[in-house]
Design a protein around this ligand. Sequence first.
Ligand code: EPZ
Length: 421
Amino acid sequence: MESFLIKGGVPLHGEVTISGSKNAALPIMAATLLTDEPCVIRHVPDLSDTRFMAQILQSLGATVKFKNGTLNVRANKIRGYADYDLVRKMRGSICIMGPLLGRLCKARVSLPGGCIIGARPINLHLKGFASLGAKIEIEGGYVDATAKKLAGSAVFLGGRAGSTVLGTANVMMAATLADGVTVIESAACEPEVVDLANFLNTMGAKISGAGGPTITITGVGRLHGAKYEVIPDRIETATFAIAAAATNGEIMIHGARADHLRAVLDKLNEAGVKIENRGGNLAVRRNGKLKSADVTTLPHPGFPTDVQAQLMALLALAPGISIITERIFESRFMHVSELARLGADIEIEGPSAIVKGGRPLSGAPVMASDLRASAALVIAGLAAKGTTQVNRIYHLDRGYENMDAKLRKLGARIQRVEENS
Ligand code: EPZ
């Protein structure tokens, strides 16, 4: 297993280019199952998650070529069954269910198991499929959805934490080939949902309202092949901006979409980080001293839960008390005890973490637990005095393309090493 060895204390300087969005690419890759014609998807990040999804498409019968960020898929003849061994590797694979149900009127997919950041049930996905007329059966760890014909209907998809991103994506994809009109209420408004709707419309779907809480899908008889380019990864953008601020560096981020990150840019500004949008490129540096700030994670356009851990690493450096409240996932504070190993002073009180910031951090061996927690440990390691070893970086490779190479280009002293070396 690999680790990152980081010699901290070097301000990041230079330029970095953002990769395609993991969370947009995954459902778009699944959506290619809705047609038997060839699809070409560009700006797909080369990650273990996207490679898993490519394997899942192949296991369903599609031909897939993935090279230099371009994916060629043809789901000519496919089957409606995805087995546990593949699906268990990546929760996001649940988003093949909507396309399979839409195209074949049947889908048998292994239930995604538990996740370290929360229970993450799929009841809302299944509620959406049932509202389209599908019969849902759960047996032996699998969920079976079958229907003679899908029929459009109105469905409310709001849950315990508000909207569901992949739930909205799944129901939207199934509804593209249903008879009649489907209206999704309390839909997720994330930019990744908009990107998926744009791709589906390029395939001939009739979707309106994506980006808002009400999405309308008018079913069509069939969808055709399409060419599409995935949006840049807003979470990667936020991660590099925070790394620059944490190390008191100055960087230029190329190929970012500031309009996808309003809540993050606003909060970073409050915390003493200056971010200038120069025609799609973001110039990032500190604006004097870092300042404490309070934040609550919310569905988009609120502050994204996928940036919560990285922001905590930054606020651990800002003098004063910051309160970070996680409202989306019930156990997404795995990074707190590891940040404490680097010297951060953070206490958990129910859904909130109270950060007493301003203490200098010092390097230590730490353990990555999930994708975004690991990014926070890398940021803290870059800001800390001495050497930090971040273990189990396979978590990072799931969602960040060549993170260490990009950081080295910005002057970071970071190496990928075998865990026990
Ligand atoms: C997507 O997951 C992202 N993953 C997550 O990013 C992200 O954290 C999350 O949206 C929220 O923004 C991908 O896009 C692949 P949800 P998703 O359904 O769709 C509850 C990362 O780091 N819920 O919007 O699975 C659920 O338990 C990952 O890149 C139900 O109760 O998240 C959670 O509390 C991590 N029932 C809340 O809703 C359901 O049927 C939001 O989950 C579905 C969800």
